[in-house]
Design a protein. Structure first.
Length: 285
């Protein structure tokens, strides 16, 4: 409905505001039309019959409605009284058919099935020669109702389970990584240069003595771990003893590399070209 406001009346120069506006009996306006207050509904106002109608789909389908009618009246689902259930079902279908024809189409199909079952029950049962029991016309409907009820109960149990985002929230903790100082990684070139410096110092104190010595990498790994025990950092060069000769230095170097590969020690330096330091991996900083 499109309503139009009456044109504003202009007061003459000699008239005051009281002459332009009528005397108000009730100061409370029921509505405003184009900014003007309305103190009573228009007599020719037309409201469609279904303008304020709210239709709630209380049932998810014909089987849901049938199951509701049976459970509400405590009927035995294996022995459904078709007359009473069909009468109540048709009353509901007639109600929704007058309001929502598209929604009633599915319910009308089930209504036809109920009427067919009822008519088959009214007919006399045929007599078989082999004395076999004739299937109850309600058997297929009962099977569908029981299967629907099981699925509905399972769905309700699943819906009652805690749902992420609805019932529970994932705990999230932000850890400020900037608080822990991160030392720069040791480059291969820096490690090689430090090793060459150790070799150079070892050649200055080497002695010309021909001996045969069996050296164990595992044994030197234990020696390095014992030297690092209880110390925060140890300078890389302090782990080598040049007086023991190049073979011992080589085995010690291999032992350090093996410890680093097994994440038992950490090799670091404060900045580029700075001295290289070694510490136990589990030593707190």
């Amino acid at each position: 409905m499109i309503a139009h406001a009456a044109p504003e009346s202009h007061a003459t120069p000699g008239e005051g505001p009281s002459a332009a506006m009528p005397e108000l009996v009730d100061p409370v306006a029921v509505a405003r039309l184009y900014g003007e207050p309305l103190f009573a509904l228009p007599q020719d106002l037309y409201i469609p019959p279904d303008a304020l109608e709210v239709f709630l789909e209380a049932f998810e389908g014909p089987l849901d409605l049938l199951l509701y009618l049976i459970r509400k009246q405590n009927f035995n689902i294996l022995d459904i009284p078709m007359a009473a259930v069909t009468r109540q079902y048709l009353a509901y279908v007639e109600e929704i058919r007058s309001r929502n024809l598209e929604l009633a189409a599915e319910y009308l199909l089930m209504a036809a099935m109920l009427i067919e079952i009822k008519s088959r029950m009214l007919l006399p049962r045929p007599v078989t020669s082999d004395a076999e029991e004739v299937e109850d016309p309600r058997a297929e409907l009962v099977r569908r109702l029981l299967e629907y009820e099981r699925i509905k109960l399972a769905a309700s149990r699943i819906d009652a389970m805690p749902l992420l985002g609805r019932d529970v929230l994932r705990a999230q903790v932000a850890i400020e990584q900037a608080l822990a100082p991160r030392l720069p990684d040791v480059r291969t070139a820096d490690l090689q240069q430090a090793w060459q410096e150790i070799l150079r110092r070892a050649r200055l104190v080497q002695r010309h003595q021909i001996t045969r010595e069996e050296l164990s990498v595992r044994e030197h790994m234990s020696l390095v771990l014992r030297r690092l025990q209880g110390k925060r950092f140890v300078e890389f060069g302090e782990l080598f003893d040049p007086h023991k000769g190049v073979p011992v230095l080589v085995v010690t170097f291999i032992a350090i590399l093996e410890l680093a590969r097994e994440s038992l020690i950490e090799i670091t330096q404060a900045q580029a070209f700075a001295p290289i330091w070694v510490r136990l991996a589990y030593t707190p900083s």
